[in-house]
Design a protein around this ligand. Structure first.
Ligand code: ZN
Length: 142
């Protein structure tokens, strides 16, 4: 978020009283690291730095997403657009495994996004297990 104008950075953060990653739903206060502003469609792909193209995102999702806008659905092999937090509902594309530890993609977009952003990497899964044991996870959609 360093390169964003202050007013825009504040506007993106002000949406949430308990900020969480728009992709993996990790809560900032449980991660212990500030969430970052993600360009949903990267500026390299032609989109501007405007509110409607920004969301809050954890460092892990942001790092794995990088400049990607599309990825392969591991079930069909088709290349599909990644999840768009501003225009799509999380619960339409993802759900939690029955133990609440893993994110399951329920659409092609969901499956491709889980794979591309490695939303079930071993580090976040280990953290989710601790959060679930403390009854801090999973949270309902905001
Ligand atoms: Zn995340």
């Amino acid at each position: 978020m360093r390169s964003l104008p202050t007013a825009l950075r504040r506007a993106v953060r002000a949406e949430f009283s308990d900020p969480r990653c728009a992709y993996c739903q990790s809560r900032e206060r449980l991660l212990g690291l500030p969430l970052e502003a993600d360009h949903i469609v990267p500026t390299a792909a032609g989109r501007r730095t405007v509110f409607s193209n920004l969301c809050l995102c954890c460092r892990s999702c942001n790092g794995f997403k990088w400049r990607q806008t599309h990825a392969r659905d591991p079930q069909t092999g088709r290349r599909v657009r990644l999840f768009q937090p501003r225009s799509q509902r999380w619960s339409r594309h993802f759900t939690w495994s029955t133990d609440g530890i893993r994110i399951v993609g329920v659409t092609a977009t969901g499956r491709a996004t889980v794979a591309a952003l490695r939303m079930n990497n071993e580090l976040i899964v280990a953290l989710r297990e601790l959060w679930a044991a403390l009854r801090l996870h999973p949270m309902k959609e905001q």
